[in-house]
Design a protein around this ligand. Structure first.
Ligand code: BES
Ligand code: MN
Ligand code: MN
Length: 457
């Protein structure tokens, strides 16, 4: 153990410089303008895996962006850890809200600032460095496989087919992922669940062209007014979602499980201050932690139509659109929820407008076990490196592919996230603590030893 930490310490500047190099590549998967950069990031990950000592490293083409694969098989009889992560990032817009350019990483106050610093380049890269540390010190105790994709931020459309076609190659014992957060640097936690997702776009069409709002206003339906009303009606006064059947499959937690959840540290004043809000908001009778983990949600992500330029234009718009996401919890099914939404939304549309609903992507919720060898091994590893037993906590975010790993590969995932909710992922000024980066590498390194030991018993 001591030797490995000495290696990490000795190489810490290089580890960071390599991550900064990766962060300089603007691998935005959502925007076609950055396509070349996404491919370049894949090549970069490949090169670093080779240097770290992985074998059979390959940039595997897909119909979209490639999946970087690499492995180290030391003994087929030993357990195999399959590491998943992503090298693509969210768009950095709006650029003007960044204090420093998003693809020109800087270290400030012990944090590295860049798009992808935490989600997920910084967290993914810890795994390559943990592997390097083990391998270069002849201390790798088990087999490892890497599967690093470039389309996570756009719903992983090609990873599903890839894992179906590569079942043998991806055979293993556990999927290991660092792409979530922990409670605080002095309160380590292991993520034990992710919400599912149903994402769609709606369009409300009124008259066949934009009209003069004086000449026609009052007599012709305004699609924006109508859309706003329809959306507002999707939740009631208790912030309960009104779509019939929406909650039918939701698993309610027992009083004991809820009491356990309530033991996790949470400071309401700090939370409000951090977000600069006067009050919180959410489904009646549930706590903030519950609202963001074990309860489903419905949110508008964007809404537009009519005139949004400078000054005023008196116009009755022809169209209005909105992007809507629903976060799902066990045992909700994204396809079923999409269908329920669609039927309901079309039903509540007044005859004065035409409404269409277009599904985007989705994914199923997951809950990961806390009584597994992998969880126990992770618990031991965190206890060693943080000096505290980690708290199991379900997260509100989604990594849709995790449910497919279980369905297709029959593998459970272990979510060792080292980010913080305050790291501003998907926002301007995304950052990742150097503490988290290095402690993460140490903890992952320790995990391999613990996992291999516990697997022998
Ligand atoms: N790493 C995040 C998910 C995440 C963040 C989980 C924080 C838990 C805590 C991932 O990259 C992500 O952003 N997922 C998307 C879904 C995807 C289909 C675009 C999400 O959760 O919005
Ligand atoms: Mn991510
Ligand atoms: Mn993300």
């Amino acid at each position: 153990m001591a030797d490995l930490n000495a290696y990490i310490l000795k190489n810490k500047d290089r580890f960071l410089e390599e991550l900064m190099e990766l962060l300089r590549i603007p691998s935005v998967s959502a925007d076609p303008d950055f396509a070349d950069d996404v491919f370049e990031a894949a090549e970069y990950v490949k090169e670093r895996l080779i240097e770290a000592g992985a074998d059979n490293v390959e940039v595997c083409p897909t119909d979209g962006f490639p999946i970087v694969y690499g492995e180290k098989i030391i003994d087929p009889k030993l357990p195999t850890v399959v590491v998943y992560g992503h090298y693509d990032v969210q768009p950095a817009d709006p650029y003007e809200l960044w204090d420093s350019p998003p693809f020109d990483p800087i270290v400030k106050d012990g944090k590295i600032y860049a798009r992808g610093a935490c989600d997920d380049k910084g967290q993914m890269y810890m795994h390559i460095k943990a592997f390097e540390t083990l391998h270069k010190n002849n201390a790798l105790p088990c087999n490892v496989k890497f599967m690093i994709e470039g389309e996570e931020e756009v719903g992983s459309p090609n990873l599903g087919p890839f894992i179906r076609e590569n079942k043998e190659r991806l055979a293993g014992d556990i999927i290991l992922i660092s792409d979530t957060s922990m409670i605080a640097n002095d309160t380590p936690s292991i993520t034990t669940g992710l919400r599912g997702l149903a994402y769609l776009e709606v369009e409300v069409v009124g008259p066949n062209r934009d009209l003069h709002s004086g000449v026609y206003g009052g007599a012709v339906a305004n699609p924006i007014n109508i859309l706003a009303k329809m959306i507002a009606s999707l939740t009631d006064e208790n912030n309960h979602i009104t779509i019939p059947g929406f909650y039918d499959d939701v698993v309610e937690l027992s009083a004991e499980e809820r009491a356990n959840m309530a033991r996790a540290p949470f400071e309401l004043e700090h939370y409000k201050k951090h977000l600069d809000i006067n009050d919180i908001h959410g489904e009646a009778t549930y706590s903030t932690l519950e609202r963001t983990s074990i309860r489903p949600t419905l949110d508008v992500n964007g809404m537009w139509g009519g005139y949004i330029g400078e000054g005023a234009k008196t116009v009755l718009p022809s169209k209005a659109k909105a992007k809507i996401s629903m976060r799902l919890v066990p045992n909700q099914d994204d396809d079923k929820i999409t269908q329920l939404f669609t039927e309901h939304f079309l039903r509540i549309a007044p005859p004065s407008v035409k409404v269409t609903v277009m599904p985007h992507h989705g994914g199923k919720p997951v809950v990961t076990p806390t009584d597994s060898i992998a969880y126990k091994a992770a618990e031991n590893a965190y206890t060693k490196t943080f000096g505290k037993t980690p708290i199991p906590q379900r997260s509100g975010g989604s990594i849709p592919i995790v449910a497919l790993f279980e369905e297709v590969l029959g593998l459970k995932s272990l979510l060792m996230g080292f980010g913080l909710d305050s790291d501003a992922i998907h926002s301007p000024n995304e950052h990742y603590g150097l503490f988290n980066f290095y402690r993460g590498i140490e903890t992952i390194t320790a995990f391999y030893g613990e996992y291999t030991e516990l697997s022998k018993k």
